[in-house]
Design a protein. Structure first.
Length: 380
């Protein structure tokens, strides 16, 4: 533990204008400082022996936001603490509505949007470069009456100030990175959201070298005093790809993110209310991943943003009409506009629910011979 840092914190605390969040962040940083272990096993080395490792008990990764069941009990993880996450989709798939609503809602503990569990208040710093500030302000005013918000736990950085001056946070840039780091040290966030990557990065994210340098800078923000989680909002350009391959840019991005959150299959319901919904799939490397969900956006409702389960048999009638008597997993994927692996997971649920069955087996491959299935029940 650094004596110099302790002395500085003591001096800062004695000042009449002492900044409490900064002091708290400094104390948290000191509390997690550790010395490098010289030996963790009975063998006197850093490595565990097999028996020692198998007998050791490691703490479960803590989550800022989890998924809850109908009773409010956590059943899966969504946003880990001091970690990395990426939200991505094709354009106009409600990503910014989700991240804005999440940034506001997680400032207080409790159940949010019907399915999210926030165990403790989350101090959130939202860097919103996707929309003009007036549009972001309108969105927040629309959501505010229906969300329990603690203003002291929320901070936002828009793309320009109220006088129209551009706020430049383009990365990787040493000066901008230093400015942001000072911001994060001041606010001590638990969660930092960068929305959207294309307006923040000025390097080629398809380049493994450039993307690695950018992500290294992102990791530098994680090592500030409050040890925040970094969430990047991004686009996809590999249509119908599996969740780990669909995001735009180098594979460094999904390799960096501990949680991948994909928005897909947006539906705009007919009518004057403009109700939209989009399916959400999550891959969490640090905990149990939740089942696919549906986000519903209804700005004329008392619950403008809500999350629902995607029923195992949802859309079967439409699929019957589109697929005909017999079909393959590839046919199902094409009709559902998803990757084949996603269609395979949905097919397993159809079979378990008794609404589909295998008609004939076959060798997997590009040239025919694939197993064929059919729906059972109605219309047989």
């Amino acid at each position: 533990m650094s004596e110099a840092r302790i002395e500085k914190l003591t001096r800062d605390a004695m000042q009449s204008d002492a900044d409490l969040p900064s002091l708290q962040a400094g104390l948290r940083a000191l509390s997690v400082e550790t010395t490098v272990p010289t030996g963790i096993g009975a063998n006197g080395h850093l490595a565990y022996g097999f028996t020692e490792f198998m007998a050791a008990q490691f703490p479960e990764p803590e989550h800022l936001v989890l998924i809850a069941d109908d009773k409010g009990t956590a059943i899966a993880g969504l946003i880990p603490k001091n970690s990395t996450a990426m939200v991505f989709s094709m354009p106009h798939h409600l990503k910014s509505y989700f991240t804005t609503a999440l940034a506001l809602a997680c400032t207080t503990p409790g159940i949010k949007f019907g399915k999210l569990l926030v165990p403790k208040p989350v101090r959130t710093y939202l860097i919103q470069m996707e929309d003009f500030p007036g549009q972001l302000q309108w969105r927040m005013r629309t959501l505010e009456p229906y969300i329990d918000i603690d203003p002291k736990n929320f901070c936002t950085l828009p793309r320009c100030d109220h006088k129209g001056n551009k706020i430049d946070v383009t990365l990787p840039n040493a000066q901008n990175a230093a400015t942001l780091k000072r911001e994060f040290e001041w606010f001590a966030p638990d969660l930092i959201i960068f929305d959207v990557l294309r307006r923040i990065v000025n390097v080629d994210l398809n380049s493994p070298k450039d993307s690695a340098a950018f992500l290294e800078q992102m990791d530098g923000f994680r090592y500030t005093a409050s040890q925040p989680t970094i969430m990047l909002v991004h686009h996809e350009n590999r249509k119908e790809a599996d969740i780990m391959y669909a995001s735009a840019g180098s594979y460094n991005l999904p390799g960096w993110a501990n949680v991948m959150i994909q928005f897909k299959r947006k539906v705009q319901e007919p009518g004057p209310d403009g109700i939209s919904h989009v399916e959400i799939e999550v891959d969490n490397k640090l905990a149990q991943s939740p089942e696919p969900m549906r986000m519903v956006l209804d700005l004329h409702s008392e619950v403008p943003v809500r999350l629902e389960n995607v029923e195992d048999t949802s859309g079967v009638r439409e699929l019957r009409d589109a697929l005909g008597a017999e079909w393959t997993v590839r046919d199902l994927a094409e009709v559902m506009n998803v990757h084949k692996s996603n269609a395979g997971r949905r097919l397993k649920k159809f079979i378990a629910a008794g609404v589909a069955e295998k008609v004939s087996g076959g060798k997997k491959g590009r040239r025919g011979g694939l197993a064929r299935f059919r729906f059972v029940g109605e219309g047989e």
